[in-house]
Design a protein around this ligand. Structure first.
Ligand code: NAD
Length: 420
């Protein structure tokens, strides 16, 4: 029998929908075919119509036309955070299976609405919690499940956002402000909450969280700072200067299509386009004088039903990025450090062993191989050969943790039950 090729419609052709998954789906020609695309930006639609070889009549620049009928087996929703629920409900109504970018929503009612809509439609639906499909994070799960470190007691997780990533995305960029994006605990840390409940192998019972925006505010602007970095007397000395972060760094290799430059200016990126964006766009702004209100550090404490405890620290104040997860078990400890690129296993009374993460990777795509891992798993999920690790049901459980954590943060860290 001929192997089925699943057709995919992509809604939102940005960094995720097109640059990450779009290319992976396009390259997996024996399993997937991109049948339809839609984005509000005509230039993105035109560019990816050509790249992904999509018939003109299946390319859309408005969602009304796109949602007139079902155009593929799977709908990939990679629009901004606040559009996911609306788009998912339209997708379910048309009978699509869904793959939706995180976070689904920051609203508890909407979590229920989505689960009900999925149940009613009978569709398969998963959330892009890609780290669950990343080899290093999967290896840790294997070690925990096999009881290598005995009974898991405590997880100490550090999410190093990194100063340059933080200022790019959460001070100047699309996730800078509560009016346009979910709170940090969902926007960035929903991967962590999802992993923590997965590793704890239990539902979260109670959660508390504290965190603030302490530094990227006007009170901390150096004297004479101007709203735009290119006009600023500190442009060559400020560690967060947009001139340094984008223009000067870009000059080193002059990449035409590479993050973060392709977010600041449309690819092919040139110095002229970057400079124009510095003068007029969001990414040329002073980090102390932006309209950001996102916490720059947050500490969240969790107690799971089975007694496992977890502490998650998210901080902008790191020179490098990468997660560091430290698992404490009754027989040993396990440390996954993305920055060091290693998994360190130390059983009590024995020598530690270190596995380089690179030994576990087949492909070097984004999120530690998680983007590619998700697309690899997708075929089996759609065919029913395996269940989605990141089903709506599993993911909504961790969304509830995030929603409750944010409520706790707004109540000065009061410990709250996840399920009221
Ligand atoms: N899984 C992950 O690790 C991960 C990483 C980064 C971002 N994300 C999430 O993925 C989503 C997309 O992020 P991104 O970085 O690709 O953003 P992006 O801004 O690069 O892309 C979003 C695209 O959606 C388009 N769009 C907006 N409204 C639309 C509509 N109504 N109809 C059609 N197109 C529309 C925009 O024009 C844009 O091209 C966000 O929710 C983000 O939080 C997830």
């Amino acid at each position: 029998m001929e192997k089925k090729i699943y057709t995919v419609a992509i809604l939102g052709l940005g960094g995720r929908g097109a640059d990450a998954y779009g290319w992976l789906l396009y390259e997996a020609k024996d399993r997937f075919k991109i049948a339809s695309i839609c984005d509000l930006k005509p230039e993105r639609v035109e560019m990816f119509r050509k790249h992904f070889d999509v018939p003109q009549e299946n390319c859309f620049t408005d969602e009304e036309s796109f949602f007139q009928e079902k155009r593929a087996d799977l709908l990939l929703i990679a629009t901004p955070d606040n559009e996911h629920v609306r788009h998912a409900l339209k997708g379910f109504a048309l009978g699509y299976d869904l793959m939706v970018e995180k976070p689904l929503t920051e609203n508890e009612e909407e979590c229920r609405l989505l689960l009900d809509a999925q149940k009613k439609s009978g569709a398969k639906a998963l959330v892009c919690h890609v780290l669950r499909y990343a080899p290093a994070f999967m290896k840790v799960s294997e070690l925990l499940k096999s009881g290598t470190i005995g009974r898991l007691v405590l997880i100490n997780a550090l999410e190093r956002v990194g100063a340059s990533h933080y200022t790019h995305s959460f001070v100047r960029g699309n996730w800078r402000n509560r009016k346009i994006a979910a709170p940090m605990i969902l926007a960035k840390c929903c991967h962590d909450l999802d992993l923590l409940q997965f590793y704890a192998n239990s539902a979260c019972k109670n959660i508390s969280s504290v965190g603030d925006l302490t530094y990227f505010t006007k009170e901390n602007a150096p004297e004479g700072a101007t709203p735009r970095c290119l006009d600023c007397p500190h442009k060559d000395t400020c560690p967060f200067s947009a001139k340094k972060q984008y223009l000067d760094n870009w000059e080193v290799e002059k990449p035409e299509d590479c993050w973060p430059y392709n977010i600041v200016a449309n690819a092919p990126v040139t110095r002229e386009k970057l400079e124009a964006a510095m003068r007029a766009g969001d990414y040329g702004r002073c980090v102390y004088l932006s309209d950001n209100d996102v916490v720059d550090h947050q500490v969240t404490e969790m107690v799971f039903e089975n007694g496992v405890k977890a502490l998650l620290t998210m901080t902008a104040f790191t020179a490098t990025g990468g997660r560091r997860y430290h698992f404490h078990g009754t027989l040993g400890e396990l440390i996954l450090d993305e920055h060091e690129g290693s998994i360190r296993l130390h059983l009590y009374g024995k020598e530690a062993t270190v596995t380089p993460i690179s030994d576990l990777m087949e492909k070097g795509y984004g999120h530690g191989g998680g983007d590619a891992g998700l697309i690899n798993a997708l075929y089996n999920i759609l065919s029913g050969a395996c269940a989605a690790e990141t089903s709506f049901t599993a993911s909504i459980e961790s969304h509830l943790m995030g929603i409750r954590a944010e409520e706790s943060r707004l109540q000065n860290g009061k410990m709250l039950p996840v399920h009221s």
